[in-house]
Design a protein around this ligand. Structure first.
Ligand SMILES: [Zn+2]
Length: 74
């Protein structure tokens, strides 16, 4: 099932240095355009495969290509 996260959440950038932040309201926007929750319990993968998530954690192969965002329900 494909859901456009932008239709559900309003996203704003999270400033960070070094390691990517994680949290219930933190999402990662990959440079392929896909947004994945930083604590995804559902199996999730972005279109290019850089970000893969599931069971409460997310693996990012190339963090430099990912922007952390804070998501608020619309
Ligand atoms: Zn990607």
């Amino acid at each position: 099932m494909k859901i456009d996260m932008r239709s559900i959440y309003t996203f704003s950038p999270v400033p960070h240095e070094g390691a990517l932040p994680t949290g219930g309201d933190i999402y990662y926007e990959c440079d392929c355009g896909k947004i994945v929750s930083s604590v995804s319990f559902l199996k999730a993968v972005c279109d290019c495969g850089n970000v893969t998530g599931g069971q409460g954690s997310v693996t990012v192969n190339e963090p430099a290509r990912v922007k952390p965002l804070r998501g608020k329900l619309r």
